[in-house]
Design a protein around this ligand. Structure first.
Ligand code: MG
Length: 382
């Protein structure tokens, strides 16, 4: 890897929480990636929803395929900017590990349930998964990842929570930026989900091409494709348009960021962290296009009646799971029951609530639905 001076470097990593011998035959960030891929939380991503409920159709994105798409975009960007590709990929694969079942509806419902107990943020939960909840190594809890990976996972976080998170929380209190690989992966995430939501929305018949022609970015490339090809199938037209949108966003981000980096010329990653603003950015024109696309999706996809009805049920499932399990921890599986007991003895009712939230957040969509039925369906006595 030919790294720019401001890229993250393994030989200057801020290290792991528990000291370990350096890896053999692979780098520090590759080791982080490998631990993530072998984690239970990573395997569960396959059955967690992005927008559509995971069994609605086999072709829709789930959090696993979403994370792979983010990794692809993040790696290309990192390579073209001479940043650390391994670190970007690692952050991308880990960024959604803390997501609840049923996407944002599940996260909001769990946050409501946890209001009196410190709330629930999926981003902080991703960090909690890799720092605490994965439990299979003999010498430490969690995956013991390097600081730079953990910094990238914690994209945003409230001040109150930041104060409890030590080294990775500090930047939110001091108003510092994360490294470039973290900045870049955060935007790669947005590029991936906005575009695949357009794709999934069209395929599900929830969005139409006519509606999307109101979105300048879509209209521009749809026009380009239809001018060039006269007899495309709907599938080809959709794909040819969306791939041009992704490409335009990536190229714009790369060009604008290269320009900003040349201007700011940060000496190293610490200068990036201390720079007053993020350095990975779209041009102002593309920033507007991107905002319009997001706004469109918010109005027409995430608030669409068909999506809304499913999300309404999803919120209820999460809320009722919490009510039952927090109300009586003997309903938890024995392992979690013991953890909840222990947590309550050490930290009171708030600690008990956290164990219940961890348990629910770890569920896949399907498991949450089945568990809800087992607890509430009186015709099933199991
Ligand atoms: Mg994501």
């Amino acid at each position: 890897m030919n790294l720019a001076p401001y890229a993250a470097r393994e030989d200057r990593t801020r290290g792991r929480r528990h000291a370990e011998a350096p890896p053999q035959g692979r780098g520090e960030f590759q080791r982080d990636r490998d631990r993530i891929i072998h984690s239970a939380a990573f395997r569960r991503l396959e059955y967690k929803t992005q927008v559509f409920v995971s069994h609605e159709g086999d072709l829709f994105r789930n959090r696993l395929t979403h994370s792979l798409e983010v990794a692809q975009i993040a790696r290309s960007l990192a390579r073209s900017l001479q940043l650390n590709e391994d670190l970007s990929e690692t952050i991308a694969l880990a960024h959604d590990l803390g997501h609840t079942p049923f996407g944002h509806a599940g996260q909001d419902a769990l946050d409501d349930c946890m209001k009196a107990h410190g709330g629930f943020e999926h981003n902080a939960q991703s960090l909690r998964v890799v720092d605490e909840l994965e439990d299979k190594y003999a010498e430490f809890r969690g995956l013991n990842l390097s600081f730079e990976t953990r910094e990238g996972i914690l994209k945003h976080c409230s001040q109150a929570r930041a104060a409890t998170l030590g080294d990775v929380g500090a930047r939110f209190l001091k108003g510092l930026q994360p490294g470039l690989e973290a900045q870049l992966t955060n935007i790669a995430d947005q590029i991936a989900y906005n575009n695949h939501d357009v794709d999934d929305g069209l395929r599900a018949g929830i969005l139409s091409i006519e509606q999307l022609l109101d979105v300048p970015l879509f209209a521009r490339f749809h026009g380009e494709v239809t001018a060039r090809y006269s007899s495309l199938t709907p599938r080809q037209l959709r794909h040819e348009t969306i791939r041009r949108m992704i490409n335009a966003l990536v190229i714009d981000l790369q060009t604008e960021t290269a320009r900003r980096l040349a201007d700011a010329a940060p000496a190293d990653i610490d200068a990036v962290r201390e720079h007053g603003t993020p350095l990975v950015m779209f041009s102002p024109a593309m920033e507007r296009d991107n905002r319009d696309l997001k706004r469109f999706l918010y109005e027409h996809l995430y608030k669409h009646h068909q999506v809304y009805r499913v999300m309404h049920k999803a919120r209820r499932i999460v809320r009722e799971l919490f009510e039952a399990l927090f109300g009586d921890i003997r309903l938890l599986p024995p392992e979690f029951h013991a953890m909840a007991d222990e947590a309550e003895a050490a930290g009171g009712v708030t600690s008990r609530a956290r164990v219940v939230a961890d348990y629910i957040a770890g569920m896949t969509d399907r498991y949450a639905q089945d568990e809800h039925a087992r607890l509430y369906d009186l015709r099933q006595l199991r």
